[in-house]
Write a protein that binds this ligand. Structure first.
Ligand code: SIN
Length: 188
């Protein structure tokens, strides 16, 4: 699969017939909200965990020297907390462009963190068959890679540090994110 997913997402999942859609953010979509939304609330999804296994050619790296950003990996019993945003379907013009580097939109149940209830929502995830996928590495290798990467959106380290800060502000612990942050802070 090509690493540019804009047309694939449009084709696979038309949204124009919907009045509004919930979007779940687990990475930069938690701390960088550069789109309008109707409502937002903390939420979680089950059966998925964050991993810095996706290459970034367009935000935190370049095609010649990709950075490392998050994707979600299936993990039975896992819980991943993030932010949900209720948006109008036209917002996906911007979001598909922002998340074009290998991410496909998938519908999954979102559970609110601070109130009862759930909704179906869209999550962007990058599967191993996309051309920008990097896959697993040790925490120290991932941190070293991130410490030396940068792209049009800024240093790759900022992605990790801002996310870790945002998760702490939500009182959420993510061992993978915090382990990479610890290794990274040794190098910066
Ligand atoms: C997300 O934040 O939900 C997707 C991955 C990213 O843009 O960092």
């Amino acid at each position: 699969m090509s690493h540019n997913t804009i047309s694939l997402n449009k084709q696979r999942q038309p949204l124009a017939h919907l009045e509004s859609v919930w979007l779940f953010g687990y990475g930069s979509l938690i701390y960088k909200t550069d789109f309008a939304y109707l409502d937002t609330k903390p939420a979680c999804i089950y059966g998925w965990q964050r991993r810095f296994w996706q290459g970034s050619h367009d935000h935190r790296g370049t095609p010649q020297a990709p950075g490392r950003v998050l994707t979600l990996i299936e993990a039975p019993g896992a819980r991943c907390a993030g932010m949900a945003y209720q948006v109008t379907p036209d917002t996906f013009e911007h979001l598909d462009h922002r998340e074009k580097n290998g991410y496909l939109r998938v519908f999954t149940p979102l559970h609110w963190l601070h109130e009862a209830g759930e909704a179906e929502g869209i999550v962007y995830l990058a599967t191993p068959d996309n051309a920008a996928y990097l896959g697993p590495a040790s925490d120290s290798e991932i941190a070293a890679h991130i410490a030396s990467s940068a792209g049009p959106s800024g240093p790759n380290s900022e992605y990790v540090l801002k996310l870790a800060q945002a998760l702490r502000a939500m009182n959420e612990h993510d061992e993978h994110v915090f382990a990479i942050e610890r290794e990274l802070l040794k190098l910066l």
